[in-house]
Design a protein around this ligand. Structure first.
Ligand code: NAD
Length: 475
């Protein structure tokens, strides 16, 4: 069996090949395939298919919907191995992480499908003979844009929410890591999803978003990606009065209080930082460590970082794969050079490994000034930035100093500290004594520049519905 699938558009239940852009393997820069570019006629066909799909799917009972969705999830679970290989080939993450991502994506879709059966409204009693009913109905056609760092689970969040609520969707997945979305869509096709309910396109991202967002048929925009692009799409959505879910970047602070074991906490943090080579919007990045344990924490972190084995993600002994594209290498080199020039101490990593494949080691910088670019802009790569703080108040102030507000982490044994953190840190997701930012059941999303709206949880599903109030006077 081929290790990497054919890449095609999927419109109105039909697969379609077309010329397009090359997809590279970040481990060795070899060509994996060609991702087709949708023409305007393809986008029009996707819109009209999605309109037809919505008519059928919104009238399909939630239990039937969840049965078809469940079948697709079953197929993805059966195909996890082939999907994981393709993901590691195109995105670079270690094969075990690819498997985990696919299974997590399955869980998300499954949970949404089950929750879709509970999109209850309510009945409000009124004057004699009058009833007020609150109905929750599917919002309509969704235009979804997913990024390259989570090729399957990010599309899964959007497809899961839309389909569970009874919406149809046009997904524009990443052109750099398209196989995750192609395989997800293939599972739905094979499970018997009616044509038009789910459509997949690729092309030039700006051309597709600029064409789809203003269309009357499109009723909801969902985007995961960078803050500048998110702001641009949100502006466009606002101009056309479309609600939007914006899951944008973060710059996650990690507050380490003096009452924890610095060695065990550093070991946990290194594992968290290696995940997807730090190319995660919730990657633990700015470490604020109380002075009493700063030395021990930093030393342990750097030792463990140097021991992380970096290499081709298909070799299961490697703990960190290559970065996903050359842009991330350039960004890491820029952040490291800038931090060093401003007086930071480089304790591990710092330079590209080899010159074939986009390998960059886990890099630890300590004692960075606040104006180091890495302390201000999301590194989105394997950089850990460690600074001492004199108190919890100082740590919270520093955590909140940036315009980001997606995820934050804290380590403490004190219930009082935990309470202050829960009250004071300005984020959508705070994890205390663990590095898990979200599960299928919990709402995930940001505050401030990190975006708005939530994915996952009952809050996430509610975006895919509209509320209608019907007042009925009995005759
Ligand atoms: P980028 O800003 O060029 O693109 C980010 C994403 O948006 C990509 O998936 C891209 O295909 C898409 N995109 C770009 N312009 C678009 C448009 N006009 N319409 C629709 N989609 C568009 O940056 P990049 O080099 O691909 O990624 C780097 C930055 O993106 C990172 O620093 C990180 O902040 C952010 N990012 C965040 C996430 C996340 O999970 N929130 C995921 C991937 C990237």
């Amino acid at each position: 069996m081929a290790r990497y699938p054919d890449l095609e558009l999927y419109i109105g239940g039909q697969w379609k090949n077309a010329p397009g852009q090359l997809v590279l393997n970040p481990a060795d820069e070899s060509v994996l395939g060609t991702v087709p570019t949708a023409t305007q006629a393809d986008l029009d066909a996707a819109l009209s298919a999605a309109a037809d799909g919505f008519k059928k799917w919104s009238k399909t009972s939630p239990s039937k919907r969840s049965e078809i969705i469940g079948k697709a999830v079953g197929l993805m679970r059966e195909r996890v191995e082939e999907m994981a290989v393709a993901m590691t080939l195109e995105q670079g993450k270690p094969i075990a992480q690819s498997r985990m991502e696919i299974l997590r994506g399955c869980e998300i879709i499954e949970w949404d499908a089950a929750e879709g059966r509970r999109t209850y409204g309510r009945v409000i009693p009124g004057e004699a003979g009058m009833k007020h009913m609150v109905l929750r109905q599917p919002i309509g056609v969704v235009a979804a844009f997913s990024p390259w760092n989570f090729p399957m689970s990010s599309p899964a969040r959007k497809v899961g929410g839309a389909l569970a609520a009874g919406c149809s969707i046009i997904l524009k997945a990443s052109e750099e890591t398209p196989a995750g979305a192609v395989q997800l869509v293939r599972a739905f096709h094979d499970a018997g999803l009616p044509p038009g309910v789910l459509n997949l396109v690729f092309g030039t991202p700006s051309e597709i978003s600029e064409y789809l967002i203003p269309q009357n048929l499109v009723r909801l925009i969902t985007f995961t990606g960078s803050i500048p692009v998110g702001k641009h799409l949100a502006e466009m959505a606002g101009r056309h009065m479309k609600p939007a879910i914006m899951e944008l970047g973060g710059h996650a602070p990690v507050i380490v209080c003096a009452d924890v074991d610095p060695v065990a906490t550093a070991a946990t943090a290194v594992i968290g930082k290696t995940r997807n080579a730090g190319q995660v919007c919730v990657s633990p990045t700015r470490f604020f460590v109380e002075e009493a344990i700063y030395g021990k924490f930093t030393e342990t972190f750097a030792d463990k970082a140097r021991a992380v084995k970096v290499g081709d993600g298909l070799d299961p002994s490697n703990q960190m794969g290559p970065l996903a594209n050359h842009r991330r290498i350039e960004a890491m080199e820029m952040f490291v050079a800038d931090a060093k020039a401003k007086g930071a101490r480089l304790l591990a990593g710092g330079e590209r490994l080899g010159n074939r494949g986009y390998y960059f080691p886990l890099t630890v910088l300590a004692d960075l000034p606040d104006d180091a670019r890495a302390m201000q802009q999301e590194p989105f790569g394997p950089l850990a930035l460690i600074n001492p703080v004199a108190s919890l108040d100082e740590a919270i102030e520093k955590a909140n100093a940036l315009p980001y507000g997606l995820a934050a982490y804290a380590f403490t044994r004190s219930a009082r500290n935990a309470d202050r953190l829960a009250e004071g840190v300005e984020v959508g997701n705070l994890s205390i004594n663990n590095l898990v930012a979200s599960i299928a059941e919990t709402p995930f999303g940001g505050v401030k520049d990190s975006g708005y709206g939530r994915e996952g949880g009952t809050e996430g599903l509610s975006h895919y519905t509209v509320v209608k109030n019907v007042s009925h006077l009995m005759m």
